[in-house]
Design a protein around this ligand. Structure first.
Ligand SMILES: Nc1nc2c(ncn2[C@@H]2O[C@H](COP(=O)(O)OP(=O)(O)OP(=O)(O)O)[C@@H](O)[C@H]2O)c(=O)[nH]1
Ligand SMILES: [Mg+2]
Length: 404
């Protein structure tokens, strides 16, 4: 009996123990799981995706803060490369024909110039041409930059013709004056440009003159004239003192499709000139135009350099034409400068620029008379085709309005 009681107690203890063992965990889990899983789950889940998911957007927004390497790999600029490849075709222009360009001189002569023509006509229209009137005529011509010597000569001849004629009208006198002005311009002088090949090599034209006279512009305009006449041209930018100078010439060249030989800024002008002629010979062109500098500290330096340019270029053969560019607005003052040039380089022709401005046309007579060199071309403005071959009769017509 006792054994049954003991057995029953043992069984009861076992049952209770088993029951407790089963139930106890259930009571323990509910309080631990919810708090344990909720706080830990987010950090555990967010931790892995955070670096992987955030990686792509972060580099673009926050490159400097954290991950720099991904930013470096960005290849957008490479994609943009193809579109910018744009050809720049130089628009080659067709210069206008040179014939008839001088006609526009009259319209472009300054207002004072028209006054000059009208003033002379008024003087010649007086009933009586006494000494005072002739003095005034002389003063008018001198005032127009004709120069004292040339004026004295012109008025002397005119007076004599008027005296011989006896009954000359104002119109007759004006025609006579025009004749004398034309005669003073030595119309028989050869004004053609040596711009075509000789002995199988290009004609070489050297363009000289003081600072700002219009050398580079005139080079460009001459190139246009030559191209318009069917010639091929190479230009040499031997003004190496300023980068802008060769740039200026290159622009003129590209407008008419003429090659421009340039050197680096500060290069030896003579070597650039030499290379330009060499290139012209190789390319078999008709003309090589060489632009030179006018801007040097002193006159001696400028002249030495010009002499050197000429000597070096002549290793290829003689310079065919040396054009002296003179600013017509400098009047009589420019004449002394001009004379210095003729002593250093053998000037074969003069180009008078800026006749459209405040220039007094009479300077043409003074220049030719003083230098004994023909004025071959005149500049009538800043436009590309504002350069005209000089013609004595047309010029005088424009000057005193004989065709009015
Ligand atoms: N109105 C007018 N201006 C001209 C004429 N020829 C040249 N010019 C102007 O004169 C200025 C000087 O011309 P450039 O050709 O640069 O003179 P440059 O002799 O080469 O000058 P440097 O190289 O500095 O010695 C420019 O503004 C030209 O446009 C002309 O016939 N009429
Ligand atoms: Mg220049």
């Amino acid at each position: 009996m006792e054994s049954y009681i003991v057995f029953g107690l043992v069984l009861l203890v076992v049952v209770i123990g088993a029951t407790l063992a089963l139930v106890a965990p259930r009571f323990r889990k509910p309080p631990t799981l919810p708090p344990a899983q909720k706080p830990t789950a987010p950090p555990v889940k967010q931790a892995p995706p955070a670096p992987t998911k955030q990686a792509p957007p972060v580099p673009t927004k926050l490159p400097p803060k954290k991950q720099v390497p991904p930013v470096v790999e960005a290849p957008p600029p490479v994609v943009e490369a193809p579109p910018p490849v744009v050809e720049v075709p130089p628009p080659v222009e067709t210069p206008e024909p040179t014939a008839g360009r001088l006609v526009r001189l009259r319209a472009r002569l300054s207002r004072s110039q028209n006054v000059f023509g009208k003033g002379l006509l008024a003087l010649l229209s007086r009933d009586k041409l006494d000494d005072d009137t002739w003095d005034e005529i002389e003063e008018t011509l001198i005032g127009a930059d004709v120069g004292v010597a040339a004026t004295t000569e012109i008025v002397g001849k005119l007076r004599e013709r008027a005296r011989v004629h006896g009954t000359a009208t104002a119109s007759d006198l004006r025609d006579m004056l025009a004749d004398e002005l034309v005669a003073a311009l030595a119309p028989e002088m050869d004004r053609g440009l040596a711009a075509t090949q000789r002995d199988g090599r290009p004609a070489v034209l050297l363009v000289v003159g003081v600072n700002g006279a219009g050398k580079t512009t005139t080079c460009g305009k001459i190139a246009r004239v030559l191209v318009a006449d069917g010639h091929t041209v190479v230009m040499g930018a031997a003004d190496t003192f300023r980068a802008a100078a060769s740039e200026q010439l290159a622009t003129w060249g590209s407008r008419v499709g003429a090659e421009v030989v340039r050197g680096p800024e500060g290069a030896d002008p003579a070597s650039v000139a030499f290379d330009a002629v060499k290139r012209g010979i190789e390319a078999g062109v008709d003309t090589v135009l060489i632009d030179t500098a006018g801007r040097l500290q002193n006159k001696v330096g400028l002249m030495d350099e010009l002499g050197k340019v000429k000597r070096v270029v002549e290793k290829h053969g003689p310079v065919d034409e040396t054009l002296l560019i003179l600013d017509a607005t400098t009047g009589q003052n420019g004449l002394e400068q001009a004379r210095v040039f003729t002593e250093v380089v053998d000037v074969t022709g003069v180009v008078l620029t800026k006749l459209d401005g405040t220039a007094k046309g009479g300077i043409v007579i003074a220049v030719q008379r003083k230098l004994g060199i023909p004025v071959k071309l005149v500049g009538l403005g800043e436009g590309p085709d504002d350069l005209a071959p000089f013609d004595a009769r047309q010029f005088v017509d424009a000057l005193i309005g004989t065709d009015a």
